[in-house]
Write a protein that binds this ligand. Sequence first.
Ligand SMILES: C[S@@+](CC[C@H](N)C(=O)[O-])C[C@H]1O[C@@H](n2cnc3c(N)ncnc32)[C@H](O)[C@@H]1O
Length: 194
Amino acid sequence: MDKSDKPSTFNNTVAYVKSFIKDKNVASVTPTAANVVRQICDRIDFSKDITVVEYGAGTGVFTFEILARMTPGSRLLTFETNHELAARLMNTSDSRLIVTEESAELVGKIMRENDLSDADYVLSGIPFSFLDPILRVNLVKNTYQCLAVGGEFLAYQASWLMKDTITEVFGNMETDSYLMNLPPMFLMQAKKVG
Ligand SMILES: C[S@@+](CC[C@H](N)C(=O)[O-])C[C@H]1O[C@@H](n2cnc3c(N)ncnc32)[C@H](O)[C@@H]1O
């Protein structure tokens, strides 16, 4: 990744607020705070080649942190349905990154199309509360399917809405909260055990 690819915090916030005004699915008025991004990324083992899938990249605050930490042999598949935000990410000159404007529930299909084997991590920032309840459950099931055994799902949200569904599908759950983020954020982490 070229350092010039990474937009400044100011440019990120401006782009994000513009998209938030036009697209309700953007859901949060500002990108996740840098210290929260770092703390959540600390939960990922970047010491070896991994495949990471990201749902709802926004301006790419997690995308760029992951690229900065990932090994040269790792891959990152990023979903972002907002056209303007996806287009910004598509300008990134890093061959490890694939950006798609498709919706995250198509994760299995898009991984196959890009010859990606099972994911080691799926990181999600999409607003599950805006999705149809059946779609929410399907998305968690599709996520489980696309993970390798031992792989982990990390969903950060402004609510605990998905806690029960994720626990039911994965059979386990670890949580954390970041109350100083705007809005306060809750992390649900679950592992595919077999
Ligand atoms: C709350 S924002 C999080 C943005 C960023 N990850 C962050 O932490 O600042 C949610 C993002 O998910 C995107 N999004 C919403 N529904 C989606 C879906 N079904 N598939 C992929 N992206 C989606 C929105 O366009 C928005 O950019």
